[in-house]
Ligand binder design. Structure first.
Ligand code: PEP
Length: 262
């Protein structure tokens, strides 16, 4: 049975008080959904308060980035051990980090290795821009991001990695990829690359989230696709009812798939 992984990326939103109110509003319903892995990634300052609220609920808490050095003169940065002290996971390579903060495939790889060494689960984001998409470069761009981003990672380490395919043109635009288009990238491009590097068994187990304007009204059709194993949700994770509805959509797809296999 597939187990979906749905993560809310709160980005640079919510004061600590607002973050706590949002978490408190969605915790009871999220807690009641056992069949889906649920997670939130608040901004750094809100992470400890949210981790405290999520204790014992089964909801995982993560950071939106980290730095690869262990400690030292890196003003403004947060080290892997500091993140691991409070978080279950971390997101690396989000397109906003690539676009606004100079993130490259090489630095994604450095962050990934440091995060894994600190014992964190890691969501590695990849995805093409609109120009790249329109130029027919999706395959080459995503391949490059994945091959470079995962360079040197072993099959054992891959157990702690989730891939998020987030076409940049779909993030925050209200224009999600069609389920078929997203699934094609997951199934025919990302999964085979994972297979090549980590072997058949590990690649089959690894989860590939889709991200880009997931909403309550398109979540179920996205999750129903064979190789979409969950979602990285931005805007719709900032409202308790819409994030809960998206997690419920994943739970529903799990039930439908289970029933249809009987
Ligand atoms: C994201 O933050 O990764 C994202 C996919 O945002 P949105 O759901 O708002 O498109």
């Amino acid at each position: 049975m597939r187990r979906f992984f749905v993560t809310g990326n709160w980005k640079m939103n919510n004061t600590i008080a607002e973050a706590k109110a949002l978490m408190a509003a969605m915790t009871p319903e999220l807690e009641a959904i056992d069949s889906v892995d649920k997670a939130v990634a608040p901004s750094y300052l809100a992470v400890p308060a949210i981790a405290e609220l999520c204790k014992g609920t089964g909801i995982k808490v993560g950071a939106q980035n980290l730095f690869w050095e262990e400690s030292g003169a890196y003003t403004g940065e947060v080290a892997p051990a500091m993140v691991a002290e409070v978080c279950d996971f971390v997101i690396v390579g989000h397109s906003e980090r690539r676009q606004f903060f100079g993130e490259t495939d090489e630095t994604v790889n450095q962050r990934l290795k440091a995060a894994l060494a600190a014992g964190l689960h890691v969501i590695v984001c990849v995805g093409e821009t609109l120009e790249e998409n329109e130029a027919g470069q999706t395959e080459s761009v995503v391949t490059h991001q994945l091959v470079k981003g995962l360079e040197g990672i072993t099959e054992t380490q891959a157990a702690d990695i989730t891939i998020a395919y987030e076409p940049v043109w779909a993030i925050g635009t209200g224009r999600a990829a069609t389920p078929e288009d997203a699934n094609r990238v997951h199934k025919d491009l990302i999964r085979p690359l994972l297979r090549q590097q980590f072997g058949e068994a590990r690649a089959a187990l690894m989860r590939i989230q889709y991200g880009g304007s997931i909403k309550p009204d398109n979540a179920a059709e996205l999750f129903a696709m064979s190789d979409i194993d969950g979602g990285l949700v931005g805007g719709a994770s900032l409202k308790a009812d819409s994030f809960v509805a998206i997690v419920k959509a994943a739970a529903m797809v799990t039930i439908v798939e289970h029933e249809s296999k009987k």
